[in-house]
Design a binder for this molecule. Structure first.
Ligand code: TXA
Ligand code: MG
Length: 353
């Protein structure tokens, strides 16, 4: 299959490419598209055969459910029960008012209209209303809701540019809509509103602190910050996979600044990869194997660059990467989660070495 890349800046995007993309979705095909978080790989959410193609193109395990993307928050009611317990509707409404459209996914009891393949047989459904204009226009033009995981091959870092999607999906899908770099660079925040509780399942662009302001009783699933005991499953099935992982082994390093830097230096000289802050590069020996992912105090930059930098390491002859990681406040929790998950939540303390 020939994979066409349609740039949103092209003069015929609205007259030709967008209608073609909508036609592909309506006819049961796949289209990759930008969102404010990462690129998604979309299909008509109500078409079982179309959704099956997503699992095939990504090599995605069948037990990992997809997010249903809608153009308007009002449509949540079409796919999910919004008042399954007292207070659910009010909570959802306040979340919708503050964060939707935007990088927040909510999990609610599913209605029968949602095919089982979308929810991997679960009785709940994940729903999100992206704020990205291109994503919204595609959903509206297609006239259906769009089931979409991140548009990477399963196990690879999520794509933040059309080129990343092309690397993973060339020949497998008919069209990639190129909207340039995504804004946030990490996937949406996923929260569950099931069974009378509000739980954070995956940290993302909407921070835990922001959610706490609206939902003081919100709890974070232990899988967000640490490794679950053997046999215990995270509430979001996707969180159990070693996602976001480059080909090399990755090891997170903590400790005092000077200790971390001398440890990095030693490892770099021994041929390891180093994923560091911009400031560190000025101190470390110059090397192609030291890649920075933003300034130390700029978590927005770290989120925006992390996945692209991990993809860069896949092209380098390194078998192990030592990495910095931010503290777990604000957007830092999402960066921390993706990096620590890639290392199986093991860290090395440079102070003790
Ligand atoms: O930002 C995003 O959310 C991107 C863009 C494309 O919208 N999408 C995305 O989808 O990250 P995906 O499939 O890569 O991640 C969805 C996560 C997975 O961890 C999945 O297990 C979880 O959401 N999930 C989906 N439905 C669920 C459900 N009913 N219950 C629990 N977790 C669910
Ligand atoms: Mg994904």
């Amino acid at each position: 299959m020939n994979t066409v890349i349609a740039k949103i800046s092209s003069p015929d995007y609205y007259s030709k490419s967008l209608p073609e993309a909508a036609e592909i979705i309506k006819n049961g095909g796949l289209v990759a598209f930008p969102t404010e978080t990462v690129y998604g790989l979309g299909a008509n959410a109500l078409d079982t055969d179309a959704v099956a193609k997503i699992f095939e193109a990504k090599g995605r395990p069948q037990d990992n459910p997809l997010i249903v993307h809608i153009a308007f928050p009002d449509e949540i009611k079409k796919y999910a029960y919004t008042s399954s317990y007292t207070g659910c509707e009010e909570r959802l409404n306040s979340l919708v008012k503050r964060f939707m459209p935007g990088p927040l996914t909510v999990i609610l009891p599913k209605k029968d209209i949602v095919p089982d393949i979308v929810t991997a047989g679960m009785r709940s459904v994940a729903i999100r209303c992206p704020s990205n204009k291109t994503a919204n226009e595609l959903i509206i033009a297609s006239g259906v809701s769009i089931a979409a995981p991140s548009a990477n091959l399963s196990g690879k870092p999520s794509p933040t540019r059309a080129e990343h999607v092309f690397t993973d999906m060339n020949g497998k899908i008919p069209m990639i809509i190129d909207g340039g770099d995504t804004d946030i660079g990490l996937e949406s925040t996923v929260i569950s509103l099931l069974a009378g509780k509000t739980k954070l399942l995956r940290p993302g662009g909407v921070t835990f602190e922001e959610l706490k302001e609206l939902c003081p009783d919100i709890e974070a699933d232990p899988a967000v910050r640490g490794k679950l005991p053997d046999g215990q499953r995270p509430l979001a099935p996707g969180m159990k996979y070693r996602h976001y992982a480059p080909k090399a082994q990755i090891i997170a390093v903590k400790g005092r600044e000077e200790k971390i830097l001398s440890y990095f230096k030693e490892k770099l000289l021994n041929g390891a990869g180093i994923l560091c802050y911009d400031e560190d590069k000025l101190i470390l020996p110059s090397s192609e194997n030291a890649i920075s992912f933003g300034a130390k105090n700029d978590k927005n930059a770290q989120a925006a660059q992390l996945f692209e930098r991990l993809r860069e390491f896949d092209l380098k002859p390194v078998s192990v990467i030592y990495t910095r990681y931010p503290d777990d406040t604000g957007l830092g929790l999402a960066v921390f989660n993706r990096l620590l998950k890639a290392c199986g939540f093991d860290t090395v303390n440079a102070d003790l070495l």
